[in-house]
Design a protein around this ligand. Structure first.
Ligand SMILES: Cc1cc2nc3c(=O)[nH]c(=O)nc-3n(C[C@H](O)[C@H](O)[C@H](O)COP(=O)(O)OP(=O)(O)OC[C@H]3O[C@@H](n4cnc5c(N)ncnc54)[C@H](O)[C@@H]3O)c2cc1C
Ligand SMILES: C[S@@+](CC[C@H](N)C(=O)[O-])C[C@H]1O[C@@H](n2cnc3c(N)ncnc32)[C@H](O)[C@@H]1O
Length: 672
């Protein structure tokens, strides 16, 4: 049978035992580590080769250190590095370890083959082991001080899509003759682009092609006495003689700068951003114009986060897949009350869509835990979340101060700090980092502060929506319904935290509520609550042959909110282009690439979630925090570029639309 055209599902490792009883790969006909022992090799060749067993080790006294590895295999190098980091009193505060792997092993294999003294660490890793699906899988260990980023897929495809600054590089593919893809000049060049000046690489192989490939990529190679019966091992330092292009490496947050941020907006996005920064030890002030969090577009009792499959595993599919994983990571441990994970049934709206959806199963292959075709439609990974309780949980931290009834009207920069002003021009807060999570208000706030020429340089439009909640007993046909249903509309059961908000006085008769939604109303087409209920009822009737919903139940509760959507339907997540210097020479600026644009320092935007705030808020918050601190990006750069707010400015410059309003940019109070 022809394999599906888009198969995020990877073929797992085919482990066997080599002649000496050590783990080996059938596919590559090679053993995973030296016959003399995997742990010994990890220490002598990789940790030793990269200066991590020296006193002091290369990570000593540092805030953060990044190891990049080709070939995660059975994770012995990782476990040995983690153990050495733990044992070192001078270790860096945070260790990032990024590893590329095309054929992941199973969690059980990790455990079975972990060296005895690393079993405890292997067990901690095994509990979070991801499904073998293409893409990046972040795993936080050791109370969030060790971050493993598993990059599943072919190293040659994925390395160019990573964004990180490596201090140490472990080159550990199978033998070059059996696994040439892992030692190609193209891969070495991609690794060089990810290396800090002075980064040290290590390998067990001293094959000539490897030495030459590394030298051509800018490394100086030396051969050291070998280990485990091998005459020599390789060590290399990255010090290219050529000048590197700007903006290739992510910049670390300056050590001397306080890790203090102001987040504007306490909807799902602002709460997620504050949470992600607080998790990294930042002090965060959250300013919210309304009387309480989750009162703007997030003011629904609940919503559905879900994976969106597609025929070609498109950008949205990859983002929502990563979004579901990030959501699980970001939820507090006791989250049953506010989140209910179960597959949702994604049903076609009509026969044509049914055919399209049926076709997906031939073109895209995903593990059943993520998406599965059934006669009724696709069962996809999903969670029903109680919006308010989720915001409250994310904002609940000694590092976060929430200030409601606090409207930001303008932003000023003095070269190092941002000041947020209220409508009367008084200072509300100051910090070196600002995060705008103010949804629809974001473009106006930026334009009012002279940071963009006009609001349409970061276009967001309002999409009003209405949903209704009703006690489940009013629709007995749905008693059988375990999972959420969605298609042209949706119906879902509210999690307990949402029910409590609907009826503060405990009512044992009514603990089971359904949410039915939702309308999409653009400017000028606002529906009355009655019209919205009729619309949502009709959408649901198209989804299910169940007896119709009651027409006017007295217990019906109406909810209205406004989504903020960008023109291309993708959110904005990242820093803004510094437009003043670009607009001084728009023609030259139009020839630049996204990564070449100058950025406003210390100012990030996370807005425009459209109808996917629940699915994407945690992922984008994690991504933004990584961008701010310069740690490895948890999503591939093609996804990050698609979300980059500067894409709009670049598009306008390329289309020669720099004109209107740009005269106001001359006074932009920012140094780049
Ligand atoms: C009817 C409906 C149903 C939906 N269903 C789903 C669903 O099932 N799944 C899903 O994923 N998404 C759903 N959504 C979308 C989702 O709710 C949004 O994407 C999400 O809530 C957006 O969150 P946010 O924090 O970006 O924006 P908001 O919740 O709008 O938060 C922005 C906050 O910023 C504050 N603010 C703005 N300007 C300022 C300022 N100048 N100073 C201080 N504070 C300011 C606002 O007061 C507001 O609280 C739905 C939306 C609606 C309306
Ligand atoms: C020698 S093993 C790695 C051992 C590992 N570092 C450890 O500590 O256990 C080589 C690994 O490279 C992986 N690999 C081979 N070709 C690859 C490719 N093109 N891209 C990514 N990984 C690849 C293999 O699946 C295998 O797991």
């Amino acid at each position: 049978m022809k394999p599906p055209a888009h198969s995020p599902l990877l073929t797992e490792a085919d482990l066997t035992l080599g002649p000496g009883g050590q783990p080996a790969s059938r596919r590559y006909g090679d053993i995973y580590a030296s016959r003399a022992g995997a742990l010994g090799q990890a220490r002598a060749v990789y940790l030793g080769g990269c200066g991590l067993l020296d006193t002091p080790a290369r990570w000593a006294g540092r805030r953060q250190f990044t190891v990049l590895e080709t070939g995660f295999g059975l994770g012995v190098n990782f476990l040995a590095t983690w153990a050495a980091w733990r044992a070192d009193p001078q270790r860096c505060d945070r260790l990032d370890y990024v590893s590329l792997e095309l054929h992941p092993v199973r969690a059980a294999d990790l455990l079975a083959h972990a060296p005895r003294e690393l079993q405890e660490l292997a067990a901690a890793l095994a509990t979070q082991w991801p499904l073998p699906v293409c893409g990046l899988h972040p795993i936080a260990l050791d109370a969030g001080r060790v971050h493993l980023l598993l990059a599943f897929g072919a190293a040659e495809d994925l390395a160019p899509k990573l964004k990180l600054a490596a201090d140490a590089i472990y080159l550990d593919g199978f033998a070059p003759a059996r696994n040439p893809q892992m030692w190609s000049p193209t891969l070495f060049r991609a690794l060089a682009r990810l290396s800090k000046p002075g980064a040290v690489a290590a390998s067990y192989t001293v094959a000539h092609a490897v030495q030459h490939g590394l030298e051509d990529a800018g490394f100086t190679v030396t051969l050291q006495p070998g280990w485990g019966g091998k005459r020599q091992r390789l060590q290399a330092t990255f010090n290219p003689i050529w000048k590197r292009t700007r903006h290739t490496l992510p910049a670390a947050w300056p050590e001397a700068q306080p890790r203090h941020a102001v987040v504007i907006g306490a909807g799902l996005t602002g709460a997620a951003c504050a949470h992600a920064l607080a998790q990294r030890g930042w002090t965060v002030d959250v300013l919210e114009a309304d009387t309480r969090p989750a009162s703007g577009g997030s003011a629904m009792p609940a919503g559905l986060a879900h994976l969106q499959p597609s025929a070609d595993d498109n950008l949205l599919s990859r983002l929502t897949r990563a979004g579901m994983a990030a959501l699980r990571r970001a939820l507090p441990p006791q989250a049953q009350d506010l989140a209910r994970f179960s597959p949702a049934l994604l049903t076609p709206a009509d026969a044509a869509e049914a055919q399209r959806m049926r076709d997906w199963q031939r073109s895209v292959r995903l593990p059943p835990q993520m998406a599965q075709w059934t006669e009724a439609g696709w069962l996809v990974d999903s969670a029903v979340l109680a919006n308010q309780a989720l915001c409250a949980a994310w904002l609940e931290s000694p590092h976060i101060t929430l200030r409601c009834n606090t409207q930001a009207a303008a932003l000023q920069h003095d070269g190092s700090l941002w000041t947020v002003l209220d409508p009367a021009g008084r200072c509300l807060a100051r910090a070196p980092q600002l995060v705008l999570a103010s949804a629809l208000q974001t473009p106006q706030l930026l334009a009012a502060s002279g940071l963009i020429p006009a609001a349409d340089w970061l276009p967001l439009h309002a999409l009003r929506g209405q949903a209704q909640a009703l006690p489940a007993r009013l629709w007995p046909a749905l008693h059988e319904l375990e999972q959420p249903w969605m298609g042209s509309g949706y119906v879902l059961r509210l999690p307990p935290a949402a029910v409590r908000l609907l009826q503060p006085a405990a009512d044992p008769q009514n603990t089971d509520w359904l949410l039915i939604g939702a309308t999409f109303e653009s400017d000028g087409s606002a529906l009355t609550p009655e019209q919205a209920w009729a619309h949502n009822r009709a959408s649901l009737a198209a989804l299910t042959p169940q007896p119709p919903l009651p027409q006017h139940p007295a217990a019906l509760r109406h909810f209205i909110g406004t989504r903020a959507a960008s023109a291309d339907r993708l959110p904005y997540c990242g820093s803004l282009a510094h437009l003043a210097p670009l607009l001084a020479d728009p023609q030259r600026a139009a020839g630049k690439q996204l990564h070449e644009l100058p950025r406003l320092p210390g100012l990030a935007v996370c807005a425009g979630m459209g109808s996917r705030g629940l699915t994407l808020a945690a992922l984008l918050a994690e991504t933004l925090a990584a961008r701010i601190e310069g740690t490895p990006l948890p999503i591939e750069t093609d996804l990050a570029d698609a979300l980059d707010p500067a894409r709009v400015a670049l598009r306008r410059l390329r289309q020669g639309q720099a004109g209107a309003g740009t005269d106001r940019m001359g006074s932009a109070p920012v140094d780049s």
